[in-house]
Structures are given as structure tokens and as C-alpha cells.
Design a protein around this ligand. Structure first.
Ligand code: MTE
Ligand code: MO
Length: 393
């Protein structure tokens, strides 16, 4: 029990295998893993992320506060305000957004900043995500940049600050549940959207209807749901979820488990390279005699692309390159496929890891431990049992 978890057989190491996961019960949603009820948080098991474009059913859920009441009446009348360091503050309805600016559709990966958190030792505070706080939806909306340009961003602009309609869990009406912001450069990126459709449909309520930000490749917390306001700031935004150790990582590696107030930390921005296996669930049993596995999955790397995905079925002794498809557009995930062969029946682990376009590979263990558990992206391992009569259980 005192061994680092990374050296335990995968069948014992994964938190979801160790405990009976609780299942989300929600209309139209698959059996997501319920990580919390207040706020509502649910993770998608990796094997449900087998679709190239993530459907509503399989889309993970992360809230920091309550869920606002659904809009009654015309959702196109919902208003968002753009103010602060701009020449002309704007007050736009969703209808005006759609008619005044070019409308584009992109596949964009959105990943919680805490994805992979459960792989840290010692455990850090926050939702104990595996790799399933990731989605690759097809989003339709307008570029945040076009809206900011229409307002006229002043040279003094440093960051954005985002506000949404969800109530704080305490019930206080003057406290946002989360209000994060990003450097102006990311707000001006071609792929940062104010979105009003997901997979060709109005955005489902739980995912931020009628409008949300989609800030691909950076922490999902920058993709404000139920968007009401973008405040352009002349300093780095300091709303709820900014500063200290929130969505910030050590500039220099710190001792795992140590106390830190985050003074020497930097913002978590582009997310690290990560991969999932979607063809075979962890813990899959296969009939005796199975000698080949056709594997599938996805890989992504924040603002970067992925150069390679490798798989090992012999605990890392040998690695095999997988076929990696190009993403359908920048900031969409890559899909990968490949066949591996097994020499016999028995207990196997499929180890899978991606390498980003700058040559950085998923590490052997979660690196750069930090108090709130960001950027853990170790090589993943799924246990597979090819059943033969000699094996019990
Ligand atoms: N208004 C609002 N927007 C929010 C949040 C929130 O709590 N309130 N959570 C953020 C976080 S931490 C993540 S990871 C994503 C999750 O989006 P999803 O629930 O649609 O998957 O929404 C972000 N946007
Ligand atoms: Mo998140």
C-alpha cells in the first residue's frame, strides 16, 4: 500500500476500479461517473468517448455553482455585455450576435483544468478526475475577437473577465460561482468562440444555454457557461477562480504535498498532451484465444497538435506507433487507431501515450505536483483479461 500508485498493476491503481463509481442519472445522458452532486460534476468514462464528435449524452459536466433557471421565452433575447477597456461598450442579444458577426462551426476540444487530477500522489484537493473531463464538440458561434474588435479594445487591455448567470452555492446573489479570465491574446485567437450551438442544436441547458464561451486547449473554466458579461480589464483579471493556487502551477517544481500559497505560480494556460483509449474499457475481459486487439482512441495537446501515439502491451518494454489522423481543424482532437497482438491468454495492460508537436511525451508518472492538482498527464494504463481456464476471477 505504500508503493507509489504508478508501480501497482493497473487493475488496482485506477480509482474508479477501486471503488464502486456512482452513476449520473440525467435525461439524455449516458452513465457518466458522478463525482459530485452540489455542485453537479460528472466525468465521462474513456470508453464512452469513442465518437469523433462528442454527443450530448457523453459530454462531461462541470459546475462550480448552482444551475440557473432555464430561459423561458426567446433565447435570442438573452443579452451579453462587453465593457471595461473598450471604446464602445456593447450590449448585444444572442440574435444580434448571430446577425452582426460571421458565424462559424468548428470541432473544439474542451478539457477541465483538473483533468487527470486523480493520478497525483499525494492526492490533491478537487474533483478526482481520471482522463474523462474532455469533450470534442462541434460548436457554432461567433469569434470572441470579432465582438471585441466591434467594441474597440483599448491598448490598455490586458485580460478578459467572464461572468455567467449561475448562482453561487451559498445563495449569495452578489457572488459569482466562477469568474475567470484570460490574456487578451487568447481572447483574440481564431478559435475562441462565443457559441450558441453544440452539434447543430441549441446548447443544452447544463452546458451553458443559450450562450457560452468556448476557449479550446486552455482550462475548461475559461469556457464560461450561461455567459452574461465580458469585462475587458487593464490588469490580469482577479475574479473567482483567479490568483493563488487556482488554475495556477508552480514556476519551479515544488515538493509533492508541500504547502504553498501560489505566489510563485503562473497561470495554467495551454493544456498538456494527453491520450485516451476508447475501444476497450479498463477491466475488459476477452474470450480465451483472443490474440489481436483493434484499438481506438483520441489524443490532444492544448494549443499544440499531436505528433505520435504509442502503445505497449508489455509494461513499456516495447512500444508500437499507432495510426494518427489529422484533427478536423485546429484545436480539435486527433483520433488514433491501431492493432496490437497478444502472445497468449492472461492479464495484460494496454499502456498508451501521446507525444505533442514539440516532442514532449506523456511522462511515466504525474509530474510537477501542485496543491490543486493541475496538468497531471501520465501514461495511461488499461487492464485487459484474456480469459483462460488457469486464471481465477
Ligand atoms: N458559468 C459557469 N461556467 C463554467 C463553469 C461554471 O461553474 N459556471 N465551470 C467551468 C469549468 S471548470 C469547466 S471544466 C467547463 C465544463 O463545461 P461543461 O459542463 O459544459 O462540460 O465549464 C466552465 N464554465
Ligand atoms: Mo474545469
Amino acid at each position: 500500500g505504500t508503493m507509489p500508485r504508478g508501480t501497482l498493476p493497473a487493475i488496482f491503481a485506477r480509482p474508479a476500479a477501486a471503488q464502486q463509481p456512482q452513476v449520473l442519472r440525467m435525461d439524455g445522458k449516458a452513465d457518466l461517473i458522478l463525482l459530485g452532486e452540489r455542485p453537479l460534476v460528472a466525468e465521462t468514462p474513456e470508453h464512452l468517448l469513442d465518437e469523433p464528435v462528442t454527443s450530448y449524452a457523453n459530454f462531461f459536466i462541470r459546475n462550480n455553482g448552482g444551475i440557473p433557471d432555464a430561459v423561458t421565452g426567446d433565447p435570442r433575447a438573452w443579452r451579453i455585455r462587453v465593457d471595461g477597456e473598450v471604446n464602445t461598450p456593447l450590449d448585444l442579444t444572442v440574435g444580434e450576435l448571430e446577425s452582426r458577426f460571421p458565424v462559424i462551426t468548428r470541432q473544439l476540444q474542451m478539457e477541465c483544468g483538473g483533468n487527470g487530477r486523480s493520478f497525483f500522489t499525494p492526492q490533491t484537493r478537487g474533483n478526482q478526475w481520471g482522463n474523462g473531463a474532455i469533450s470534442n464538440g462541434e460548436w457554432t458561434g461567433v469569434r470572441l475577437r470579432d465582438v471585441l474588435m466591434a467594441a474597440g479594445v483599448k491598448p490598455s487591455a490586458v485580460s478578459t473577465g467572464h461572468y455567467g448567470a449561475d448562482p453561487h452555492l451559498s445563495g449569495a446573489t452578489d457572488r459569482p460561482s466562477i469568474a475567470r479570465g484570460m490574456r487578451i491574446a487568447k481572447a483574440m485567437d481564431d478559435d475562441t468562440l462565443i457559441a450558441f450551438r453544440l452539434n447543430g442544436q441549441p446548447i443544452p441547458h447544463i452546458h451553458g444555454a443559450p450562450v457560452r464561451l468556448v476557449t479550446p486547449g486552455w482550462p475548461g473554466s475559461l469556457s464560461q457557461k450561461w455567459l452574461t458579461r465580458i469585462w475587458v480589464r487593464d490588469v490580469m483579471h482577479d475574479g473567482a477562480g483567479m490568483g493563488g493556487t487556482s488554475y495556477r502551477v508552480p514556476r519551479m517544481p515544488i515538493v509533492p504535498g508541500s504547502e504553498n500559497n501560489g505566489r510563485d505560480f503562473v497561470e495554467q494556460e495551454s493544456m498538456p498532451v494527453r491520450s485516451i483509449l476508447s475501444s476497450h474499457a479498463h477491466g475488459t475481459r476477452l474470450p480465451a484465444g483472443t490474440r489481436a486487439l483493434d484499438l481506438r482512441g483520441a489524443a490532444w495537446a492544448g494549443d499544440l497538435t499531436v505528433r505520435a501515439v504509442h502503445v505497449s502491451t508489455d509494461f513499456g518494454a516495447t512500444w508500437q506507433g499507432m495510426n494518427l489522423a489529422a484533427p478536423s481543424n485546429r484545436h480539435a482532437w486527433h483520433r488514433w487507431t491501431g492493432r496490437v497482438t497478444l502472445p497468449s491468454d492472461g492479464y495484460y495492460e494496454i499502456w498508451y501515450r501521446a507525444t505533442d508537436s514539440e516532442g514532449r511525451m506523456q511522462p511515466h508518472a504525474a509530474a510537477n505536483w501542485n496543491p490543486q492538482g493541475y496538468n497531471a498527464n501520465p501514461i495511461s494504463r488499461a487492464a485487459i483479461l484474456v480469459r483462460s481456464c488457469g486464471l481465477s476471477s
